[in-house]
Design a protein around this ligand. Structure first.
Ligand code: ZN
Length: 332
């Protein structure tokens, strides 16, 4: 199956009230864990690489790993640049075989963000590649993106129509209270539920609804949307880890978002936690092992497990591969 853009995925996701999972990749085991889960559940997926992943793995390794996954698994897959910091990085990815890029101009003033996004859109569209942009600022840390809570700001609904019209962008990442990383909220920002688990403030669905009213049928993207799965944090901490007060977005809220105009939900921290949990538990249970395939294999198994859970429970994209493929073939 060829690599595809996200146009058909988002159209079907919007109509069907589900979302496409965008999972961050930076090595072979993660690519395999994600794509095996998606293939078993017949789900379309987006594999995405950040600027940090490109530095770590080198772009050609990432592109060829994804191509290999496509040879083995028969599902619709897009390869997307996550948080492209500038035009050059987006251009490198477009020229190097990515089918989708994000230009993150959210650090700039409104007009500068529009100018930069427009430049990327023009280059990308001329080559059949789709573009995601961002309005509003998410708090938290993810690779090169680091925004302090005091500098975070919700997306302003009265800016979205002008932004989308002037840039011609294909999808828009918004800030409605999600946050990057495994430490999305301080304990002081949260309440505790009956089980003593920290619960963050609810996402601003009112802002999402207002944006949707202004941009009908336009695909919206949620970043910073890991739930920071408590069972994986527990495995990590029981096997020598020290992750204190890690807090994520409750899955019921993500499911609610997936049923709305949100067509893409980014998941990175949960994969990192799964991989680390699998490796830590293996190392603790088998201190005599030294074959990397043994512990990386266990890490890969938990990546696969978490992706299957997300597809089934959070995204609602299970069994949707065929309808996306049919639309893609019809549009060719
Ligand atoms: Zn992000």
């Amino acid at each position: 199956m060829p690599l595809m853009g996200t146009k058909e995925m988002f159209k079907k996701a919007y109509e069907g009230g589900y979302a496409i999972g965008a999972f961050n990749v930076n090595n072979m085991e993660i690519v395999q864990g994600i794509t095996e889960a998606a293939a078993e559940l017949k789900s379309p997926i987006i594999l995405q690489a950040s600027a940090g992943a490109r530095r770590y793995a080198k772009q050609s390794y990432l592109v060829h790993l994804v191509e290999a996954a496509l040879e083995v698994n028969d599902i619709p897959v897009a390869l997307h640049l996550d948080h492209g910091p500038d035009f050059e990085t987006c251009k490198d990815c477009i020229d190097g075989g990515f089918s989708s890029v994000m230009i993150d101009g959210s650090k700039y003033a409104f007009d500068e963000n529009i100018e930069l996004t427009k430049k990327v859109v023009e280059y990308a569209h001329a080559r059949g590649v789709v573009v995601e942009a961002e309005l509003g600022k998410l708090a938290g840390i993810e690779d090169d993106v680091n925004v302090a809570a005091k500098d975070a700001s919700y997306t302003q609904p009265d800016e979205v129509e002008e932004f989308v019209t002037r840039t011609g962008v294909d999808s828009l990442a918004i800030a409605i209270g999600t946050s990057h990383g495994a430490y999305k909220f301080t304990p002081e920002q949260c309440t505790r539920n009956a089980d003593g688990v920290l619960v963050p403030p609810e996402l601003r669905f009112d802002i999402l609804e207002e944006i949707t009213r202004r941009l009908p049928e336009f695909p919206i993207v949620l970043h910073g949307a890991s739930s920071v799965v408590p069972s994986y944090v527990k495995i990590i901490n029981e096997n020598g880890g020290k992750l204190k007060d890690a807090v994520g977005i409750p899955e019921e809220q993500l499911r609610r978002a997936a049923k709305s105009a949100v067509c893409k939900i980014n998941i990175d921290s949960d994969l990192r936690l799964g991989m680390t949990a699998g490796i830590r538990r293996h190392m603790a249970e088998h201190p005599d092992h030294f074959d990397p395939r043994q512990y990386l294999g266990d890490g890969r198994a938990l990546v696969k497990e978490i992706v299957a859970h997300k597809i089934h429970t959070v995204l609602g994209s299970e069994g949707k591969a065929d309808e996306v493929m049919a639309l893609y073939n019809a549009n060719k």
